[in-house]
Design a protein around this ligand. Structure first.
Ligand code: NAP
Length: 296
């Protein structure tokens, strides 16, 4: 292990509020980057390969185990910290935009929580797929992060963002990892035939929809649960992995690692996310790449 990604689901897990509730005690950490110690002969991987992997649990550790079908050779362009931010967010973004949201080139994508992990990945993937992107953020600092991740337009969640988006022509696809009270305005910001893709609920509450709104404007609300969908489908994982690799190679996808903390500060890393202070991807340097980290 060289680096471990820290994500919102881990914050929820530490509170027992995530859909998957592992028996206590457990080691959190769903995604990692490092060097292969051993791999099954038919995996296409060998000892010494640089990889990014999704292990689900147990990633905040010096050695981790992941299924072969969720272990991907790390593109040369990415370092280990970036690799630790690749799978959960970028596979989710691609899954939500393409497999669920049916995004086509030239459409407009609105991304909530756009400076966050899923948000920055969604902006980059959408740009790589030829979309126009609109980011919704809560602060000026987050606006800068979203702009750097590829936002063509920025609107502020504390302003009249729905009207701003309509003035920009409306959205074909909304990627929503936030939920809460902005959901209704997401529906109102859609163009005819538009899709709101439900990705998460960082806002804290799960919205409800009056379905007459969908009928009146010919719109859709679509759920996107990456893990539940792809886990039993190794071939889909490989397809998404190949598509994400292509986006990395073409320079569109590069995890925005904003905070690198030493392994010993895993709790502080979770707090950064919990207190809404994180932007981009938060990563733990397991091999001591960050100040004060552990070295094996
Ligand atoms: N469906 C799936 O398959 C899937 C996969 C991965 C993650 N997820 C979910 O996606 C969500 C986002 O994950 P992430 O890793 O991108 O999180 P993140 O990096 O912490 O970003 C979340 C963003 O949500 C916004 N937000 C709004 N209200 C918030 C609040 N009360 N507390 C914290 N953030 C708030 C923040 O942006 P502003 O401050 O700009 O509003 C923040 O940047 C999580 O719910 C996670 O569980 C789902």
């Amino acid at each position: 292990m060289r680096a471990a990604g820290v994500s919102f689901p881990e914050v929820l897990q530490t509170r027992g509020e995530y859909q998957m509730k592992p028996p206590l005690p457990f080691v959190p950490g769903s995604e990692v980057a490092g060097v292969v110690r051993s791999a099954p002969p038919d995996s296409g991987l060998a000892e010494g390969d640089r990889v990014a992997a999704f292990c689900g649990l147990g990633g905040f550790a010096e050695v981790a185990v992941a299924p072969a079908f969720l272990t991907f050779r790390l593109p040369d362009a990415l370092d280990f910290a970036e690799g630790a931010g690749l799978i959960l967010n970028y596979h989710t973004a691609y899954f939500a935009l393409v497999l669920r949201g049916r995004l086509t080139s030239g459409e407009t994508v609105l991304v909530h929580g756009a400076a966050g992990g899923v948000g920055t990945a969604s902006l980059q993937v959408a740009k790589g797929l030829g979309a126009r992107t609109v980011a919704v953020v809560s602060t000026d600092e987050k606006a800068q992060v979203a702009r750097a991740a590829g936002a063509d337009e920025i609107v502020r969640s504390d302003g009249p963002w729905k009207d701003d988006v309509r003035a920009l022509g409306g959205a074909d696809v909304v990627i929503d990892p936030v939920g809460g009270d902005r959901f209704l305005d997401s529906l109102r910001a859609l163009r005819e035939g538009g899709r709101v893709v439900v990705v998460g609920f960082t806002g804290g509450s799960i919205p409800e929809v009056k379905v007459n709104r969908l009928l009146l404007n010919n719109t859709e609300v679509i759920g996107a649960g990456w893990g539940g969908y792809v886990m039993p489908k190794p071939e889909v994982n490989r397809e998404i992995g190949a598509a994400v690799d292509g986006l990395v190679e073409r320079g569109f996808a590069r995890p925005v690692v904003v905070a690198r903390l030493p392994f010993a500060d895993a709790a502080a890393a979770l707090q950064l996310i919990d207190e809404r202070r994180a932007t981009g991807k938060v990563v733990l340097d397991v091999d001591g790449g960050g100040a004060g980290g552990l070295r094996s």
